[in-house]
Design a protein. Structure first.
Length: 121
């Protein structure tokens, strides 16, 4: 399961080996200053619902259970990095500026605690 952590002035997303394989991804890092908003999601799956066939660029998508990979945003702009599994239905949505990903949707067991630890909110 992906982990979101703070490393100095950067946010770092570390991926499991399985996520790297199924999403054709590597771990990623971006400056905290590039994060324009952070939202706690009660249902992270809803953020990418229906994107598997028409919007998936690389990765794995199983409706209502798993979205791991890169997706074209359904609202017409940018790329979303999605890391959501059945065991992590809640999560965070990060809006980014000036980064390869416009949005990150990550499933987490305790999104409120992660938000506080990484972003100090």
């Amino acid at each position: 399961m992906a982990q979101l952590k703070r490393d100095g002035s950067d946010a770092v997303i570390n991926l499991s080996t399985i996520e790297k394989i199924e999403g054709l991804l590597g771990s990623t890092r971006f400056p905290l200053a590039q994060v324009s908003s952070v939202e706690v999601l009660e249902d992270a799956h809803k953020q990418v619902e229906g994107w598997g066939r028409d919007f998936k660029l690389a990765g794995r998508y199983v409706p209502h259970t798993t979205a791991v990979g890169t997706f074209r945003n359904g609202d017409g702009g940018g790329i979303t990095l999605a890391l959501v599994h059945p065991e992590t239905p809640r999560g965070l949505r990060l809006e980014l500026v000036g980064e390869p990903y416009r949005c990150v949707v990550i499933g987490l067991p305790d999104p409120e605690a992660t938000k506080a630890a990484v972003f100090g909110e």
